[in-house]
Design a protein around this ligand. Structure first.
Ligand SMILES: [Zn+2]
Length: 146
């Protein structure tokens, strides 16, 4: 078993619509890139009319090993995606949607858990279309429907 202790080198902060944003990264430039992606994602969700006021703070960490995950007020983004803005943005939209949805939707039966992943993907695709990335959204829909 490998034990990895991340040493976060960067911290970046911002406020968007009263949401306090704080980003940490293990690589140079990771905190500012991820913060930009989160602000872009929040702008897209705001233009879709999602009530963002249920989120008061977000911590963003950039580490490796997965596409991303969220827990409470924490979003993790994969360091591997920093160089690809659209993948970083798509993952950010997905994880951010988890945070928004998890406060309202908690499927109790295992057979309903697909909703927990399908809705973030749906919102991600809608937001990508809003931002003018319809082709990327179409590619994601095609990939996920096979
Ligand atoms: Zn997910």
């Amino acid at each position: 078993m490998d034990l990895v202790i991340a040493r976060f080198r960067e911290e970046s902060e911002d406020v968007f619509a009263n949401i306090h944003l704080k980003a940490y990264s293990v690589v140079d430039g990771g905190a500012s890139s991820s913060l930009r992606a989160v602000v872009t994602a929040l702008e897209a969700y705001e233009s879709l009319g999602l009530p963002l006021d249920i989120i008061d703070r977000l911590n963003i960490v950039v580490i490796g090993g997965s596409g991303g995950f969220q827990v409470d007020h924490l979003i993790s983004l994969d360091v591997e995606h920093l160089a690809n803005n659209i993948v970083l943005l798509a993952n950010t939209l997905h994880e951010l949607a988890h945070i928004w949805i998890s406060s309202t939707l908690k499927p109790e039966r295992p057979e309903d858990l697909w909703l927990s992943e399908a809705l973030p993907d749906f919102l991600m695709v809608r937001a990508l279309q809003t931002l003018g990335y319809s082709e990327t959204a179409q590619r994601i829909i095609s990939k996920n429907s096979t």
